[in-house]
Design a binder for this molecule. Structure first.
Ligand code: X2X
Length: 344
């Protein structure tokens, strides 16, 4: 009894001294916030998480401590389950690709429509404009708080067999694609033999030759030295690009003070900007140093001419039309309009 009174007395005294509110709010914070990513540092995607984490730590004076979990390890590498796990609270925060969350949010398939975005200005026209806002509303409705955009990048085709210039060259080729039916449709339309697997499974499949090729941004080729697993041919066709989205689980978000929410949001925006610059480095300069670097690894780099590219556009058009209906014609029309009107 006496002890209880003493504790109560101490608590009252602490409140009177002004320790109260801070201590209570702080008490709701977790010691560590789990951040899911597919790719860790030193890839641009990993840097997105790293920069975000460091900015948040500094600006909240350590109140919010994030820890990166690359390899989608919180869902045993199954990247298509990342968004569900985030919504359920198995994951607190994430920097995720639109591709991996498209099974739960059909609008995110927009960015995977073949040949929708011809250049970087087209990506920006979508993410930085009204289309981006609409997509964030759908992410919010799907159960997470979207904060900012980042970028994985234009996904180029690599393989171990031959230089690809026409859909004919792809015939029967075993291509690893992400776990998304839109990607299977696209590669089937081109006559290839697509096989869906997670990134965790893709790496051994490339090494063993179980698959002939894959598609991913070129920084992944250089970081992983994909020529050492037999990938000797690269075709730059820029058929799709996947943005990244910085998100927070809703309960986690609501447990933070308004001031900390603002800090986490602004840090995500700042990290996204920095990361997009990192992701584009070496690819937006006229002489494209990344392509030179890859050619220097003994890899044959094929750059499609406009008319060569056009045969791929035509071959995949039925897939585009089919998926336009699934994604929502209004959203796709708005995207087409934003791209047509983009500043180059
Ligand atoms: O699995 C892939 O290809 C990757 C790493 O690019 C994504 O997570 C979408």
């Amino acid at each position: 009894m006496k002890l209880r009174r003493t504790i109560l007395g101490l608590a009252l005294a602490a409140t009177a001294l002004g320790f109260g509110t801070g201590a209570i709010a702080q008490g709701n914070y977790k010691a560590e916030y789990k951040v899911s990513l597919v790719l860790g540092p030193p890839t641009p995607w990993g840097m997105a998480g790293q920069i975000w984490m460091d900015l948040v730590k500094e600006r909240t004076q350590g109140r919010i401590n994030m820890k990166l979990y690359p390899g989608t390890s919180l869902v045993q590498g199954d990247q298509t389950r990342e968004f569900s796990a985030l919504r359920q609270g198995v994951i607190d925060m994430a920097v995720g690709s639109t591709i991996n969350w498209s099974p739960q949010i059909k609008e995110l398939n927009l960015f995977s429509l073949p040949f929708l975005m011809p250049d970087y200005a087209a990506i920006d026209a979508l993410t930085q404009g009204d289309v981006g806002k609409k997509i964030f509303e759908t992410v919010d409705r799907a159960g997470a708080v979207p904060l900012a955009w980042g970028e994985n990048g234009f996904r180029e085709l690599t393989n171990s067999k031959k230089a690809i210039k026409t859909p004919e060259d792809l015939k029967g080729m075993k291509i690893r694609v992400v776990g998304s039916p839109l990607f299977s449709d696209t590669f089937n339309a081109l006559g290839a033999n697509p096989t869906q697997m997670s990134w965790a499974d893709a790496q051994p499949a490339l090494s063993s030759g179980a698959v002939d090729g894959q598609e991913n941004p070129l920084f992944l080729f250089t970081v992983l030295k994909m020529h050492t697993v037999g990938q000797k041919f690269v075709t730059t066709w820029g058929y799709v690009a996947d943005p990244l989205i910085f998100v927070v689980n809703k309960d986690v978000w609501n447990s933070w003070s308004k001031a900390d929410q603002d800090i986490v949001r602004q840090a995500a925006i700042d990290a996204g900007k920095q990361e997009i610059a990192i992701a584009r480095k070496g690819l937006t300069e006229a002489d494209k140093p990344v392509l030179k670097e890859i050619a220097g690894m003994g890899v044959t780099v094929t750059n499609l001419s406009a008319s060569e590219r056009d045969t791929f556009v035509k071959a995949t058009r039925p897939v585009y039309d089919k998926w336009k209906a699934t994604i929502g014609a209004d959203l796709v029309n708005a995207a087409e309009k934003a791209i047509a009107e983009r500043k180059k």
